[in-house]
Design a protein around this ligand. Structure first.
Ligand code: CU
Length: 149
């Protein structure tokens, strides 16, 4: 004996599964996990080399996040490397002028998938410095560098 399943029920189930998948995917990109601006973080620690430069590596992948999205340095020389581990997405890093305590002109204009680029600058004014990926700012690809007093 053959059991007939009404076709419209199958379609409804498929649509529900798709909706759940889309919701979870967009959830990943839209709400990055909060990152503590704690220098003791295991991932993405600020290290100070023999030259006294505070070095930080930020990672971006095929998502719209900086990992970590927040970190803290002291006034002085800062070196930031943006490591793009993505297969498809191109990223950038810039401190947009305006809201930040002082302007940081250095930027990574573009970093292709599986490439990295480094900037170095001197910072003296304490406060919170917002930075963005110019390509994905609207998708939440942003971060904050705190310069401690
Ligand atoms: Cu980006």
């Amino acid at each position: 004996m053959k059991v007939l399943v009404p076709r419209h029920r199958c379609v409804a189930l498929a649509l529900t599964a798709t909706a759940v998948l889309v919701a979870s995917l967009s959830g990943c990109g839209a709400s990055p996990e909060p990152q503590e601006p704690d220098r003791g973080n295991a991932a993405g620690d600020v290290t100070v080399g023999p030259d006294g430069v505070q070095a930080m590596t930020l990672v971006s992948s095929d998502d719209y996040r900086f990992v970590p999205a927040a970190f803290t340095v002291l006034p002085g020389q800062v070196r930031i490397t943006l490591d793009n581990l993505a297969v498809q997405l191109t990223h950038s890093l810039a401190f947009p002028p305006g809201p930040n305590p002082s302007d940081i002109a250095e930027s990574v204009p573009v970093v292709a998938p599986s490439e990295s680029d480094t900037i170095e600058f001197s910072i003296s004014t304490p406060g919170e410095y917002a930075f963005i990926c110019s390509f994905h700012e609207a998708l939440g690809h942003t971060g904050v560098m705190t310069v401690a007093a």
